[in-house]
Design a protein around this ligand. Structure first.
Ligand SMILES: [Zn+2]
Length: 425
């Protein structure tokens, strides 16, 4: 079982490598990286003109199984991940039942082993049923395989409960991920509160609903000493507070989604549910702050918040539609188009944001081409022109504002454990 990727530009931030080299894979692990390697007996992949990187990690997806298999399954979501260039995903616990016990965690782990073509790492709930009141079975979920805890989709409103969760997480050294939204401030809102919401006559979700909870959580993270992570950061002030926490030496990290750096509320198609998500697409000054944070290192990772919803749910009045959009297959294209090609960040930085960044937070033992590491590899092209056709997506859902969008730059092949799980036709 040998594979050699010949003559690609190998960018491996974990090892500070950037140069043309071969990558030799033996029995599912990285064997050697260097020029002119002996690939006798190996399957050959010609990577000339392409970029070879550690497998991309999406630390925030919703796979909907168990309970909402009409929207997505672990199998379909894993194929969407592979088609998007991702070799590993972390899945949020807002399934039915919620992943708040070792039983559900084990179910997800087993399903993933059987059905998934990429690695799937479950995230456990913070509270029972993600209801925000009683702590979930965090210790036994950790033993069953969760890599973090979060009530994503919902915030933990009760500060006392959050404190207890942070103390527990600290004791077993896993991160606490919060969906930061003060539900009293955001109640009834459908989009970002600003001039656009006023013009459209839609109820707004103020930036403050995120800001106040990020502030509270940073204070609690300082109190408890836990590793704390802000999911889908979207506002200027939240970014400033994360930078402040970092300046104080706290273990506070954050992620930004491609849609939050790519589109502001000025860019939404009015009343189109494919532009409805939480947090909402924010103002221009917030988008600018996301770009700054991505550039200056305040932002640790890019993550998609891939949130499948079937057509019938998204095809109703705007106010009634659920929040969230697909993300796995458009993330790399959007990152090239909005960040790399305009020169906002280097290709190296882009790769960090999808490899060492998320791996550093979730500690998956991935995101590197070090010999001996699992041979999870993403092959990129900076110049490939392609059009996203959601009707060809392996996802079971179609909710995206990017259907028909054209991208320059994208994934060419996805390799997990030394085997191709996807390649561009
Ligand atoms: Zn969320």
């Amino acid at each position: 079982m040998k594979l050699i990727l010949k003559n690609g530009r190998v960018i491996d931030p974990a090892n500070g490598r950037d140069g043309v080299a071969d990558v030799l894979v033996v029995d599912g692990r990285i064997a050697e990286v260097g020029p002119n390697l002996d690939g006798s007996g190996a399957e050959v992949y010609d990577a000339t003109g392409l970029v070879v990187t550690p497998g991309f990690i999406d630390m925030h997806v919703h796979l909907r199984e168990p309970g909402f298999e009409h929207a997505e399954t672990i199998e379909s979501g894993s194929h969407a991940a592979a088609a998007g260039g991702f070799t590993a995903v972390c899945c949020m616990p807002n399934t039915k039942p919620v992943n708040d016990s070792a039983t559900v965690t084990s179910y997800i782990v087993e399903r993933a082993r059987r059905d998934a073509v990429v690695r799937v790492f479950p995230i456990g709930a913070i509270t029972k049923g993600s209801a925000g009141e009683e702590l979930a079975s965090i210790l036994s979920m950790k033993a069953a395989g969760v890599v973090a805890i979060s009530d994503d989709g919902r915030p933990v409103m009760n500060a006392r409960v959050m404190r207890r969760a942070m103390e527990t997480a600290r004791a077993i050294d896993i991160p606490v991920i919060n969906h930061c939204e003060d539900l009293n401030l955001s109640a009834g809102g459908d989009m970002h509160e600003g001039i656009v919401s006023t013009r459209l006559g839609l109820r707004g979700i103020p930036s403050a609903s995120e800001d106040v909870m990020v502030a509270r959580d940073i204070l609690l993270a300082e109190l408890t000493g836990c590793r704390y992570h802000v999911a889908h950061l979207s506002t200027l002030r939240s970014a400033a507070m994360v930078a402040y926490a970092r300046g104080k030496g706290l273990s506070v990290t954050c992620e930004v989604t491609p849609h939050h750096f790519a589109i502001s509320d000025q860019g939404i198609r009015p009343y189109d549910a494919n532009y409805k998500m939480k947090p909402p697409l924010r103002g221009d000054e917030d988008v600018a702050a996301m770009l700054d944070g991505i550039r200056d290192g305040t932002v640790d990772a890019l993550a998609t918040d891939h949130a499948p919803h079937p057509g019938d749910e998204k095809m109703q009045e705007f106010e009634k539609c659920p929040f969230g959009i697909l993300g796995l297959e458009t993330a790399i294209g959007l990152t090239f188009e909005r960040l790399v090609h305009p020169g906002l960040i280097s290709l190296q930085r882009m790769i960090e944001l999808y490899t060492t960044g998320p791996n550093g937070i979730m500690r998956l033992g991935l995101g590197t081409l070090t010999p001996g590491a699992p041979a999870d590899i993403t092959v990129l092209s900076e110049s490939i022109q392609w059009t996203y056709d959601v009707n060809k997506s392996p996802s079971r859902s179609r909710n995206t504002p990017f259907d028909g969008a054209t991208f320059r730059g994208g994934a060419m092949a996805t390799i997990v454990n030394g085997a191709f799980v996807w390649h561009r036709e």
